[in-house]
Design a protein around this ligand. Structure first.
Ligand SMILES: Nc1ncnc2c1ncn2[C@@H]1O[C@H](COP(=O)(O)OP(=O)(O)OP(=O)(O)O)[C@@H](O)[C@H]1O
Ligand SMILES: [Mg+2]
Length: 259
């Protein structure tokens, strides 16, 4: 039996009005349960690709399907987590997490149950009544993850979610994300600038080249699962980081002057 890929990107180009060819003939298939990271220099079209998959922006050429259907019709399968955890400062943690369901008109008891479940999933059940100003950066990020998960997505699109965090918090959240990923069987498309983060998290890394944005390398990461803090201390991890760093450097060196 042939299974439908969770995300299928077929010969996709994106040309913005004003001339910039952000993506040129990109093809990529993500199977259910894969954790794929997009890595590449600034301006190579990582965020654009994520937005195309999310259905927020249409492709200029080519086709994208999510679970076999057009992205715009598959929105309820996906959650998008942006770089800055923009929480509403006047709402508590639980009110922030419940906002989407509230806007959908979900009944209060159902809403509370979902919100509580997600807060305990990300380990914030004791902070439900706090306001964002009383949270650390890592906690805020966990709130925004809980907010994205409350609609029970099966696909996560994450655009540099941990970029603003210090290395220790980032490492810890990476480990938590993988724990949840193992539990929830998501398919993940993850954008990062960090080679080490991409290697730690991914089953596959896609290295993009800029001007125009295109797929330069696809690197399977065959480190054993589950991955833990110890994974980062292994020689195999170092080897993968070195390998991917070299690919990234070659892509950057070959890129024409930005703009
Ligand atoms: N709305 C837009 N209108 C015009 N050009 C855009 C728009 N969004 C992105 N671009 C251009 O498309 C290209 C890819 O941008 P994109 O934001 O996808 O890159 P990125 O890889 O996410 O970069 P970064 O690592 O800096 O976040 C860039 O040249 C950018 O200037
Ligand atoms: Mg971006």
């Amino acid at each position: 039996m042939v299974t439908t890929p969770e995300i299928a990107i077929d010969q996709v180009s994106k040309q913005f009005r004003g001339g910039s060819l952000a993506l040129d003939n990109v093809s990529l298939t993500v199977e259910k349960g894969e954790f794929v990271s997009l890595l590449g220099p600034s301006g190579c079209g990582k965020s654009t690709l994520l937005r195309l998959v999310s259905g927020l922006t249409p492709a200029t050429q080519g086709t994208i399907t999510v679970n076999g259907i057009e992205p715009a019709n598959a929105r309820e399968l996906m959650s998008f987590i942006f770089q800055d955890a923009t929480l509403l400062p006047w709402r508590t943690v639980e009110q922030n997490v419940g906002l989407g369901l509230e806007l959908e008109g979900v009944a209060r008891p159902v809403l509370e149950k979902s919100v509580n479940a997600m807060l305990s999933l990300v380990g914030l059940e004791n902070l439900a009544q706090r306001y964002p100003r009383h949270l650390s950066g890592g906690m805020k990020m966990r709130v925004s993850i809980a907010r994205a998960l409350v609609s029970r997505p099966r696909i996560l699109l994450l655009d540099e979610p941990f970029a603003a965090l210090d290395e220790m918090s980032r490492d810890r959240l990476n480990e938590e994300l993988l724990r949840l990923y193992a539990e929830q069987h998501w398919t993940v498309l993850f954008v990062t600038h960090s080679v080490a983060e991409a290697v730690f998290l991914s089953s596959r890394i896609v290295v993009l080249a800029p001007h125009p944005g295109r797929v330069a390398h696809v690197v399977p990461i065959d480190l054993p699962w589950p991955r833990t803090a110890d994974t980062r201390l292994s020689d195999a991890f170092d080897e993968q980081v070195t390998h991917v760093s070299r690919l990234l450097r070659s892509v950057q060196a070959a890129a024409p002057e930005a703009r």
